[in-house]
Design a binder for this molecule. Sequence first.
Ligand SMILES: [Ca+2]
Ligand SMILES: [Ca+2]
Length: 233
Amino acid sequence: MKNVKAIVAALSAAVMCALPAANAFTADAYAQSGARFTFRKNFAVSSAKNIDHLVFGVKCATAHTDGPKASKIASGTLTPGAGGNAGVHNAGGTFYPSNRNMVGGMVSVAMVCDSPYDYVEKGVTNYAYDANNKLIKDAVGAGPTFLVGDLDLDKDIDAKDYDILFAGVKKVAPYSWSKYKFSYFGYMNVAVGGVGRNYSFYSFDINDDGYLSQDDLDMFQSYNSGNLKRFPK
Ligand SMILES: [Ca+2]
Ligand SMILES: [Ca+2]
């Protein structure tokens, strides 16, 4: 069974690397240049797993959606890879962390859409390997894809989200110079207007650096004022 999985993983990696230009033929269907909505999926590690490299990515519909763009959260070497078929993006990359026993956010993929209703996910690639190229089962957790900046999950990114973001960041990083390294697998209770709710820490990490800090508040305000078009890495 292990061998079968390794072969499937190797095929998946090979397909992603072998078809870099496949999406060029349907470019008109992607997000417009002014698209404002960034969806993100994080890949994170909960405890030391001796990971040599991760092959990761997302499959999603192309309508009004740009191809997934891979970014590093931890330090290491990232090689982006992309493929897909008509109507489907399939993109991500291969990541070699500089520390095999790293804990926390590893990489992310971001998908830019014309509207908060455009994103349609078709699948996730998530295979971690040790230094002998042997699959390590369930080594890396792939979080749910979320709309960056929409903390109250109403598909708008507005002042109500900022109130939650501000309360959450200040709770764990109270000073302008504070940086809080969070667990991607934990929750934080944040109260706004006397009502407390649980939120995933990563939804507060607007700039996708693995920490909650003033930088996240600044980036949100820059976006909401229109100076920043979307949430890039
Ligand atoms: Ca919202
Ligand atoms: Ca951050």
